[in-house]
Design a protein around this ligand. Sequence first.
Ligand code: HEC
Ligand code: HEC
Length: 302
Amino acid sequence: MKTLLRRGAIALGVLVGAVSIAACAVYFMSEQRVTRRYTLADESIPIPTDSISIARGQHLAHAIAKCTDCHTRTLAGQIFVDDPALGRFVPMNLTRGKGGLGATLKDADWVRAIRHGVGHDGRPLRLMPSVEYNNLSVEDIGAIIAYAKSVPPVDNELPGNTLGPVGRALLVTNKMPLFAAEHIDHSTHAVALAPAIGATVEYGNYLAHTAGCAGCHNDSFSGGPIDVGPPSWPPAANLTPTGMKAYDEASFMAALRTGVRPGGTKIKDPMPIAWTKDMTDDEIKAVWAYLKTVPPREFAVR
Ligand code: HEC
Ligand code: HEC
C-alpha cells in the first residue's frame, strides 16, 4: 500500500512537473513574439485634405477595410474581446480625444500600422488585418488616413491588451495568427495605382483582396476553417463557381446587403453583413464579376 501511494505521488509529481515545464515553455515562446520589435523605415504617402478624399476614406474605412468594426464607428475604440483564458484585445481610441492616439501619431505611423501591422513603438499589432491592407493602393491608404485624422475627438480611455494562457497556447501552436506583422513582406512599397473604380473583374480582384473576402474565405476563395479567426467561428462558404451555383449578380447583391441566401436561409456571423451592406452597387458587381473568374474548387480545397 505504502509503495503504491509513493508511486502515485511520484507519478503525480512528474505530471505536475511536466505540465509546469510546458506552461513555462508556452509562456516564454509566446512572450518572445509579443515583445518582438520591428524597425521599419518611414514610408511617405501623400495624405489629402480635401472633402472628397475624406469622404472616400470614410467609405473605405467602413465598407471595405472595416476599421470601424474594431475601432468603432467613431474610431473611439472599444474592448473587443475580454476573456481571462484568451486575453483582452483592445482596438484603441484613434481620435484626438483623451485616451486617443490621434494627437500623437505621425502620418508614417498610420501607414506603418495599416500596411505592416506594426505600432509607432515597433510592436506587432494584434488582430489588425494588415496582411490584406498591405494590398491597398497609395491613394486609398492616403484617403483612409485623411478620414481617420478628420474625425471629431472622443474622450475614451481604455485598458491595455493582455494575453491569457489559452491565447498564448494558440499563438505558439500557430492556431491563431495574432500578429499580421509576422506574415508580411515588410520590404515592399504600397501599390502605386489601384485598378480604376468600376464594376470590372480587375477592381473586383482588388476589393476581394482588401475587403477581407480572401482573409476569411482564403486565397483561393474555396472557404473552410477561417485561419484568422478563433476556433469557435463556423467555416467560411465556398465562393468559387462550384460553391456559387445558386447565385446570380442580383442575388449576390441581395445576400451582401441583407444577409439572406437565394434559398431564403440566413448567412451566419462572422460574415460581416453590417459592413458589406454599405458597399456600393459597383463594388458588389465588381466582386461578383471577379469571383466568376476564379478557378472552381471543391469546398475548402486550396
Ligand atoms: C480586426 C480588428 C481591427 C481592424 C479591422 C482594424 N484594427 Fe486597428 N487595431 C486593432 C487592435 C486590436 C489594435 C491594438 C493592437 C495592439 O496594441 O497590439 C489596433 C491598433 C491600431 C493602431 C495603433 C497603432 C499604434 O501605433 O499603436 C492604428 C493607427 C490602427 N489600428 C488603425 C486602423 C485602421 C486605419 C484600420 C482600417 C484600415 C484598422 N485599424 C482596422 C484592431 C483592428
Ligand atoms: C470575418 C470573416 C468573413 C469576411 C471578412 C467575409 N466573409 Fe463571407 N462568409 C463568412 C462565413 C463564416 C460565411 C458562412 C456563414 C454561414 O455558414 O452561414 C460566409 C458566407 C458568405 C456568403 C454566403 C455563401 C452561401 O453559403 O450561400 C457570401 C456570398 C459571402 N460570404 C461573400 C463574401 C464576400 C464577397 C466578402 C468580401 C466582401 C466576404 N464574404 C467577407 C465569413 C466572412
